[in-house]
Structure formats: structure tokens, C-alpha cells
Design a protein around this ligand. Sequence first.
Ligand code: THU
Length: 127
Amino acid sequence: MSLKDAALKVRENAHAPYSNFKVGAAVRSGSGTVYSGCNVENVAYPEGTCAEAGAIAAMVAAGEKELTEVYVVASSPQPVPPCGGCRQKLAEFGKGDVVVTMATVDGVETKTTIADLLPGAFNASFM
Ligand code: THU
């Protein structure tokens, strides 16, 4: 399945009763497998967990530590960029030149890279 189809499909499962804003994300791993995630909100933390974080968690739970491509989709007027926390998570599991496609459910797509989303990223080399 393509990243786009995986992200659109998982978006349907989003649990977003507080924002009513459903997001789907899919990542391709180093092995070529596609992992997907949706946002999951909860009453204690209404902002919940982002779709990108869910897709990364699924990849890591399956035993993989590198992502090579990212796709994020939401029903919004313009493609939605990953939040700050997700930019850090993406940078920890993907190289700077990894392409991140942001999309609307209507098919508008914008492409960027992890390095452009998080210039000067903190990483383990600073420790
Ligand atoms: N959200 C994501 O899942 N990914 C993004 O890139 C932006 C925001 C979610 C978090 C929350 O459930 C809702 O969208 C509104 O912020």
C-alpha cells in the first residue's frame, strides 16, 4: 500500500473528540515496510498523541529504528505541518534529507524535508 493510501485509511480511525481534527500519518521504514498512525486524544490530555508519533511508535514497536519517507494528511484548507514535538521525533528516526509530504484529504500536497522542518536539531551527538 502507498504511504498516501495508508495515511488516508488510518486517519479514519483517529480519536479526536476534542479538536474534531482527524490526522493520519504513514512512514516507510528502512526495510520498506509501511507503518501508520492516527491522532488519539484523551480527556486528561486533550491534545493527545499526534498521528506522526503513532506511526513512529508502530515502527519502533515492530523493531525498526529508521524511517525513510513520511506522509501526513488531514482535512484542512492547507497541508498541515507536524508540530514541534513531532519534528523532534522525526529527526531522531530519520535523516535530514528524508522527504515529508504534507497533504489535505482533497489531494493538495506540499513536500519538505526533516532538516527543513527542524534546522539545528538536538541529537545524541551533543551529549
Ligand atoms: N495533530 C497531529 O496528529 N499531527 C499534526 O501534524 C498536527 C496536529 C493532532 C493533534 C491533535 O489531536 C489535533 O491534531 C489538534 O491539534
